[in-house]
Every structure is written in structure tokens, then in C-alpha cells.
Design a protein around this ligand. Structure first.
Ligand code: NAD
Length: 338
């Protein structure tokens, strides 16, 4: 089986090389085709951030495993990541957040386990960037929420909750204020909930959700939200389990799926070989499970968890009194635990 790889910008090549080294050591039965995609490709004059050959390859292979990509600066220039999600209609963004032993947080220290999945709508909302000036000092942004767009991501969230064996699925929203747009999303949620009587479906206003997540994250199981609210909530959830270095994500479409870390290119530490590859590795493990390579996924996940539990860490987390490992040494520590 072959998949497309885009190493990305900033720390992208460093963490992708570390993850592929782990995959190769675990003898993951995949072939890789590296494609040209990222800010460095945009700089060569490709305004969507990828060559035509890269686009064809990704469409033929159906799976893209990517490093973070820098958003080019300038008016009217769209994020390469958002462009990719729209081009291939990856309508659901799945982010799983779990307590990782060896990664200390206020909740792990208090013995409160976290096992949360956030499904964020990935195409609609304000992410079309449709904005204009109404007068010289008033700007307008358009927010598009459709019933079909809401239904496809909500149905995916219910299916995932069923597979996960979740008891509770909650819709985060602001339909009390945005009655039409969030109203469509919330009504779609309850319409689809009728098809899943085995799941407890409820809703929660997004500001209340923020407060409850930081006080009792263990009461939630699967959350589904519109694009912007989901983006913010999922970064909040990353903080609950130790930060962006531990947050994987999958962009799910019917024909193409993109697996990537939640974090960005970390320009402040790029080129230093100190970035934490865990989020990309967890995204890779999710990709292996998605492809049915569950044995390889389990081998790598167990080695990662053992490495974290044994106190090995990159400089962004862990016990400050023990020396940190660089990206390459951290990958080697994981490999030594197979
Ligand atoms: P960022 O996530 O790159 O960095 C935020 C902070 O977290 C920085 O201090 C950084 O050093 C740290 N950090 C991030 N990942 C880390 C890792 N793996 N190990 C250790 N520390 C890590 O966010 P930013 O600085 O706002 O964005 C930088 C660029 O990345 C921007 O151009 C942005 O558009 C882009 N971005 C891309 C994606 C993506 O490709 N999916 C996602 C978010 C941001």
C-alpha cells in the first residue's frame, strides 16, 4: 500500500523524518511517495501550495500524511492547510485527546483520566474567509452553515461515537445567539440522534463547555462542533492533555483523508532538532488504524507510551530536572522500546 507524504515547513521535515524512522524500524508495510506541497512550493509560484503532480498523486493514493505548513502572508492569500481540506472535501476533523502516562498535567496529578474526541466541521463556517469592508471602519465576515454540510459531519461523529463505544455525544454551539446558523447545526444534531438511540445525545452552549472542560473534562466523551468553535475547543483540549505536542488530527473525507498534527510549523524552534514528534506520531498511529494496520499501530503506540512513562522527553514537557532528548534521540528511544 502506498501513501503520499508531504513533509511541510518549519519543524515539519524534522518531525516527519523522525516518525518515518520509527515506522521503518517497526517494519510498517507502507510505501511512501513524497510530494511537493507547502509554503516552499507556494514560494515557487504554485498559489495553492502544491504542484499539479502532487495533487494528482494525493488524489490517486487517497491518503496524505503531512507535516505542518506555514500560511503565506499577504492579503487574499489562503492557508495551504485550509485549501487542502476544501479541495478534497475532508468535512470532518477528528482530534483525540487522551491522558498519556508520563505527561504530567493538573488532571493526571489529580487522578482524573481524559479520553475525549473532538469532531470539528472542517469546510464551512467563517473559514471561507468571505470578508469585506462595509464602510471605511466596519468589516463584515460571512458565516456559511448548511444542512447537508452539518449532517455529513454530525453523522460521522455519531458513527465514530458508536465505534468508540462512547456513552455520551455532545453538540457544542451558540444557537442561543446565532439562531439560524448554529440553529441548523443543532437541529441536524438532534435529527440524526434519533437514529442512534443507544447514545446519550445532548447539547451544551460553547462558553459553558469551555468552563466545564477545564473543571471536569472527564464528563465528556465525544464532542461535535462547527468549524471555528471546534478549532478553539480542540486547542483547549490539547492543553488539557499536555499541550500541542500531544494533539493528533485526522481530516476525513469520502475519497481522501489527511493525517497531521494539530500544531503548526513552530518557526521559533525550526532547524534545531528539538521539536516533539509525538503529535505527528499519534496522527500516524491513527492513520495506521484507519488503514487496518492495527498490529503496527499497536506496536508503535505501546513503545511510545512506554517511552513516555519511563520519563524520556523532549524539551517542551516532562520533568525539568532530567535532561531532555532532541527529536532524533527521542525517536531512537521509542525504537529501542519495540
Ligand atoms: P505553532 O503551533 O507552530 O507554535 C505555537 C508554539 O508551540 C510555539 O512556541 C512552538 O515552538 C510550540 N510548538 C508547536 N509544535 C511543537 C512541537 N511539535 N514541539 C515543541 N514545541 C512545539 O503555532 P504558530 O506559531 O501560531 O504558527 C506557525 C505557523 O504554522 C503559521 O504559519 C500557521 O499558519 C501554521 N500552522 C499550520 C498548521 C497546519 O499545518 N495544520 C496548524 C497550525 C498553524
Amino acid at each position: 500500500m502506498k501513501i503520499a507524504i508531504a513533509k511541510g515547513d518549519g519543524i515539519g521535515p524534522e518531525i516527519m523524518d523522525a516518525v518515518l524512522e520509527i515506522f521503518n524500524a517497526a517494519k510498517v508495510p507502507l510505501d511512501y511517495q513524497v510530494v511537493e506541497m507547502g509554503k516552499w512550493v507556494f514560494d515557487k509560484g504554485y498559489t495553492n501550495g502544491m504542484t499539479a503532480e502532487a495533487k494528482d498523486t494525493i488524489e490517486a493514493l487517497g491518503i496524505l500524511f503531512k507535516g505542518p505548513m506555514e500560511t503565506p502572508k499577504g492579503k487574499g492569500v489562503k492557508s495551504i492547510n485550509v485549501t487542502a481540506r476544501k479541495t478534497w472535501n475532508t468535512y470532518a476533523n477528528k482530534r483525540a485527546f487522551q491522558t498519556l502516562h508520563g505527561v504530567d498535567t493538573v488532571f493526571s496529578k489529580a487522578g482524573i483520566p481524559i479520553d475525549l474526541t473532538v469532531i470539528r466541521e472542517n469546510i464551512e463556517d467563517t473559514y471561507g474567509g468571505i470578508e469585506h469592508m462595509l464602510t471605511h471602519d466596519v468589516a463584515i465576515s460571512r458565516r456559511i452553515i448548511s444542512k447537508p454540510g452539518s449532517e455529513q459531519v454530525i453523522r460521522y461523529a455519531f458513527e465514530l461515537a458508536k465505534q468508540k463505544g462512547a456513552k455520551r455525544i455532545s453538540c457544542g454551539h451558540k444557537a442561543n445567539i446565532m439562531k439560524l446558523t448554529d440553529g441548523i447545526f443543532l437541529n441536524s444534531f438532534y435529527a440524526i440522534a434519533k437514529e442512534y438511540p443507544e447514545l446519550n445525545a445532548d447539547d451544551i452552549i460553547v462558553d459553558d463547555l469551555c468552563m466545564k472542560l477545564v473543571t471536569r473534562p472527564d464528563i465528556f466523551d465525544v464532542l461535535v462542533l462547527t468549524n471555528l468553535q471546534g478549532d478553539i475547543i480542540s486547542d483547549l483540549c490539547a492543553g488539557l492533555v499536555g499541550g500541542l505536542g500531544f494533539a493528533p488530527s485526522a481530516n476525513i473525507g469520502d475519497n481522501i483523508c489527511i493525517f497531521e498534527a494539530v500544531h503548526g510549523t513552530a518557526p521559533d524552534i525550526a532547524g534545531k532538532n528539538i521539536a516533539n514528534p509525538t503529535a505527528l506520531l499519534l496522527s500516524g498511529i491513527a492513520m495506521l488504524n484507519h488503514l487496518g494496520l492495527t498490529g503496527s499501530a499497536a506496536t508503535i503506540e505501546n513503545a511510545l507510551l512506554y517511552t513516555l512513562e519511563s520519563g524520556k522527553h523532549t524539551g517542551d514537557f516532562g520533568d525539568r530536572s532530567t535532561p531532555s532528548l532532541n527529536t532524533t534521540a527521542f525517536a531512537e528511544a521509542i525504537i529501542s522500546n519495540f
